[in-house]
Write a protein that binds this ligand. Structure first.
Ligand code: HEM
Ligand code: MG
Length: 215
């Protein structure tokens, strides 16, 4: 199976995005993480997660500005602060405070420990997690950037992990799937996750994003 999970090698590069990294770790994107075009990203999102092009194209196009190649990007370049990369991330440190590219378990613990008592995350827990991560950054990062742009990106990312790892119609996602997605950048197939059988469009995911943003 060419889409088996494989850890990146020493020369492979990865991004601050668990979605793109997971697609690369499963070979939907080049495992090198390098020289990736917009159509490659759109195809990989559809093949791997059944995420429609309308949800991916804007970020993909923006991502091209992370480097100098005219039509491709390298995943690690997406750590460019202020392009898509922002403060108060769910699983990475703020740029001014440290490593804004690689997974950080301490940062991720806010999300990991959210929605106590049940085995799923939902739009309410995701909204609270976003509040908590923002409060921490506001309190600790004198250089924080927190405008409408970052707020919109952060809310869409919350909807992405709920919709891709869970039910895109309800925004309910099993904790175990979400944790494996972030921690291992691994599709939790062995744990029971399946690629959504309906293409997730912005029409489907917008209500989830709106519910998170409302909180
Ligand atoms: C961050 C999911 C596609 C670029 C994130 C985060 C999630 C996510 C959940 C938040 C990580 C965190 O806060 O720690 C996805 C999924 C995708 C996808 C499921 C489906 C393919 C893309 C595309 C691009 C992109 C197409 C651009 C080429 C980024 C970047 C970040 C990010 C730069 C870092 C933002 C930050 O937290 O500072 N993504 N994403 N993503 N994504 Fe994606
Ligand atoms: Mg960030």
């Amino acid at each position: 199976d060419s889409h088996e999970w494989r850890a990146p090698t020493a020369t492979d590069v990865r991004s601050p995005c668990p979605g793109l990294n997971t697609l690369a770790n499963h070979g939907y994107l080049p495992r090198s993480g390098k020289n990736i075009s917009i159509p490659m990203i759109m195809d990989a999102a559809l093949m791997g997660f059944n995420l429609g092009p309308d949800l991916v194209i804007l970020a993909a196009k923006l991502g091209l500005l992370s480097g100098n190649a005219p039509t491709t990007l390298d995943l690690n370049a997406l750590a460019l602060h202020g392009l898509i990369e922002h403060d108060a991330s769910l699983s990475r440190n703020d740029f001014a405070l440290g490593d804004n590219l690689n997974f950080n378990e301490t940062i991720f613990s806010t999300l990991a420990n959210s929605n106590p008592g049940v085995d799923y995350y939902n739009t309410s827990s995701a909204g609270l997690v976003q509040q908590q991560r923002l409060a921490t950054s506001l309190a600790t990062n004198p250089n924080i950037t927190n405008t409408l742009k970052e707020f919109v990106i952060r809310s869409s990312e919350s909807a992405f992990y709920l919709g891709v790892m869970g039910n895109p119609l309800t925004g309910v996602a099993p904790k175990s799937f979400v944790q494996i997605f972030f921690r291992e950048e691994h599709m939790p197939i062995a744990e029971g996750w399946r690629r959504p059988n309906v293409t997730i469009t912005s029409e489907i995911l917008s209500p989830i994003e709106d519910a998170v943003a409302e909180l």
